[in-house]
Design a protein around this ligand. Structure first.
Ligand SMILES: [Zn+2]
Length: 255
């Protein structure tokens, strides 16, 4: 079953990317490519309704809230994300604690003070993202690449993620008003995996077709059956230096 190659219709798709946006034979970032593909689809699809439908599949709606600590005025700005960019820390992580950190309130003081329209000057402030709604397909970006004073570095730390989750994980520690109105369930169906370092690497993917229990592993044109335990092997950790680490997680909302 292993190693059967099916050369393929994706060549036109790749040629389009090479013509429009991407340099050949250079290291690319899978999350950037994902955003480039979405943006090209918005520009090139003549049917505006279809283009909007595609974009809505991935659109995470949030509200940015910046609160003045002096007069308590809160500026609210609606915003959209097409993948959830989660910072990971240099210890063991779980999807849930990365999500909690992402939505945690931050204080902006000293050089980070923000201009307040009411006080008409820069003031110490709070910054917070509030989740408004989640899309049918949630793309999670585990930010494993970091810039340390001009030196790019990859974090190989463990990030455990579940095969399914309920949106309750977005409500941990939040007041009732800040929780999503309904509890939805999501199921993992693809994981984009990065193998290598910041300067040289290769992307592969685990995929689970809709309604199937079986996972498949795709490495270029080679596709073979796989297991959830294999997917879990991409969590990362100290023993996996230069090994395969999950980079993008795609969860589908259960209907
Ligand atoms: Zn103010």
């Amino acid at each position: 079953m292993r190693g059967k190659s099916y050369p393929a219709p994706y060549k036109d798709f790749l040629n389009c990317l090479y013509r429009q946006a991407i340099q050949r034979w250079t290291e690319q970032d899978a999350d950037e490519i994902f955003h480039i593909i979405l943006s090209l689809s918005q520009k090139q699809i003549a049917d505006a309704v279809l283009a909007q439908e595609i974009s809505s599949l991935f659109e995470i709606k949030v509200e940015t809230q910046v609160g003045c600590l002096n007069c308590k005025f809160i500026q609210r700005m609606p915003n959209s994300l097409f993948s959830l960019p989660l910072a990971i820390c240099e210890r063991e992580n779980s999807l849930e604690n990365c999500i909690n950190s992402f939505f945690q309130l931050q204080k902006l003081v000293d050089s980070e003070k923000v201009y307040c329209d009411k006080c008409e000057k820069r003031q110490p402030s709070t910054y917070e993202l509030k989740l408004v709604s989640l899309p049918p397909i949630l793309c999670v970006h585990l930010k494993r690449f970091r810039n340390d004073n001009g030196y790019p570095r990859k974090l190989y730390n463990k990030v455990a993620f579940p095969e399914t989750f309920s949106t309750g994980i977005f409500s941990a520690g939040k007041s009732e008003a800040d929780c999503l109105r309904s509890d939805e369930h999501y199921s993992l169906y693809a994981v984009v995996v990065h193998k290598g370092t910041t300067v040289s690497g290769h992307y592969t993917a685990f995929i689970r077709p809709n309604q199937e229990k079986m996972w498949y592993y795709a490495d270029d044109s080679c596709v073979r059956p796989s297991t959830w335990a294999d997917v879990q092997g991409t969590y990362g950790g100290y023993r996996q230096h230069y090994g395969e680490t999950a980079y993008l997680l795609l969860y589908r909302k259960k209907s």
